[in-house]
Design a protein around this ligand. Structure first.
Ligand code: C2E
Ligand code: MG
Ligand code: MG
Ligand code: MG
Length: 287
């Protein structure tokens, strides 16, 4: 199989090439046109105070509303968009749309001070134009910088050169908040935490999943890891959000461990923008 991009455009029949590969590249090939046709949509998932249950932020999560295949989740196409480089253009669209939605919520419910949290893929964060892209999204929509949070994984923070991205300081200087996504699953070079302008750690789902009432975690290993990570965050004066909170037991234990905020099906699945608006209308505003 010769690569279908570039000069040659040769496609040699290869019986080894699996049906999954073919499906994958046809999905990848459809991405740019899907972006031009406006087939991507954002859903938003509440990030809730564990103290009093108020919705403090929402995470923007992209989906592809495919005309034939229905709603496709990001795990199926974000990797492809990174490989092809389309993530830079798709990511700019996500930033613009998330800021537009957040600004419309702010105008309708100014007291809520709802933060919108946007994921940045490694390749996007590494893009030389990222600071301009973010500044542009804020300027065009009018969203105050402090109502935008950017989520980067530990490996995205370290960049392709293996050292922390310099653009992080410029992003923080714009006034946006920076969060480390899936914290505890990547490189554990903790040295960067004290040097970088990070505001929040998002504890990866698997640690939260380990907090359970059925005795399967009898020695409370995951709970002790969460305890340690919450203490680490607070020692560094960072906020801490637990991801993938699915049960009342998890929410209660996380609250007892002094975790600040939670996100997950227990507090609400990702939903279209209008449903966030109704939740705001229902009086769920920050104190
Ligand atoms: P993530 O940033 O860690 O997002 C959290 C994922 O956990 C979301 O999956 C969310 O739907 C899922 N989740 C929500 N509640 C629960 C729960 O109670 N339990 C469990 N186990 N999971 C829960 P989703 O929407 O499929 O997104 C997957 C990943 O795709 C995201 O992980 C993020 O890395 C990436 N992604 C999503 N949207 C974007 C985007 O706009 N740009 C970039 N670069 N990446 C994105
Ligand atoms: Mg998914
Ligand atoms: Mg995220
Ligand atoms: Mg995450």
């Amino acid at each position: 199989w010769a690569k279908a991009e570039g000069r040659g455009r040769w496609a040699v029949y290869d019986p080894e090439r699996s049906a999954a590969d073919i499906a994958r590249s046809s999905l990848a090939a459809g991405l740019p046109a899907a972006l031009d046709r406006g087939e991507f949509v954002l859903h938003y998932q509440p990030i809730v105070s564990l103290l009093d249950g108020t919705m403090l932020a929402v995470e923007a999560l992209v989906r592809w509303q495919h005309p034939e295949r229905g709603l496709i989740g990001p795990d199926r196409f974000i990797g492809l968009a990174e490989e092809t480089g389309l993530i830079v253009r798709l990511g700019a669209w996500v930033l613009g749309q998330a800021c537009r939605d957040a600004e419309s919520w702010r105008r309708a419910y100014p007291d809520a001070r709802l933060v919108v949290s946007v994921n940045l893929a490694a390749r996007q964060a590494d893009d030389p134009a990222i600071v301009e892209t973010v500044a542009d999204a804020l300027a065009r929509t009018g969203l105050p910088a402090e109502l935008l949070q950017l989520e980067l994984t530990e490996s995205a923070v370290m960049g392709s050169a293996g050292e922390p991205l310099r653009s992080l300081h410029e992003l923080a200087d714009l006034g946006v908040r920076l969060a480390i996504d899936d914290f505890g699953t990547g490189y554990s070079n903790l040295a960067y935490l004290r040097r970088l302008p990070i505001h929040c750690l998002k504890l990866a789902g698997p640690f939260v999943e380990g907090i359970r009432a059925d005795g399967a975690d009898a020695d409370h290993r995951d709970e002790r890891i969460v305890d340690a990570l919450v203490r680490l965050a607070h020692a560094l004066e960072l906020g801490v959000t637990a991801e993938a909170v699915e049960t009342a037991v998890q929410a209660e234990r996380l609250r007892a461990l002094r975790c600040d905020t939670g996100q997950g099906r227990w507090f609400g699945a990702p939903v279209p923008a209008e449903q966030i608006r109704s939740r705001l209308a229902g009086g769920e505003v920050a104190a």
